[in-house]
Design a protein around this ligand. Structure first.
Ligand code: ATP
Length: 140
């Protein structure tokens, strides 16, 4: 059976994850509180839903527990990101990846049991720095 993914928050980060998963031919549900964002992904994702994921009833009605992997890509609203992650854990979602915006956010996410925490700007900065260094080494 194909794995089913859900992406919560369709900013640049969540949107690009949603698009990449769809391009891989995977089932992905796109969820955002902002109707315009959801409309923009209606033809990209398998399903697109408007909803506030800090509301447990919204996540239950989507059947979020049945997804194999949920990606929480709410960045700036740290409270919404933490609350959403907590509810996902309580509802028994198996695999949760969350975008963190700072070290304290990351610590809280890890304490409430997020399975994977990403810090896109920091991670990408490190990766690019390593690439620059390794290219320079090869140049000499
Ligand atoms: P990025 O840096 O990835 O571009 P952004 O700065 O555009 O992100 P963020 O504030 O990080 O935006 O939020 C990402 C998305 O999460 C937004 O599209 C926003 O509407 C959505 N979002 C925020 N709060 C909630 C919520 N409670 N429920 C669902 N979606 C939410």
């Amino acid at each position: 059976m194909k794995k089913e993914f859900a992406v919560i928050g369709l900013g640049r980060f969540g949107g690009s994850i949603c698009q990449a998963l769809s391009e891989e031919g995977l089932e992905v549900m796109a969820i955002d509180i902002d109707e315009d964002k959801v409309n923009a992904y209606a033809n990209i994702a398998s399903h697109a839903v408007v909803g506030d994921t800090t509301d447990e009833t919204v996540l239950k009605s989507i059947g979020i527990r049945n997804f194999d992997h949920v990606i929480v890509a709410i960045g700036d609203n740290i409270q919404a990101s933490i609350l959403t992650t907590l509810i996902l854990k309580e509802l028994g979602v198996n695999d949760i990846t969350v975008k963190a915006t700072n070290d304290y956010h990351e610590k809280v996410l890890s304490k409430i049991g997020a399975n994977r925490i990403v810090h896109p700007e920091r991670d990408m900065g490190k990766r690019i720095a390593h690439k620059i260094v390794s290219n320079n080494v090869l140049d000499y």
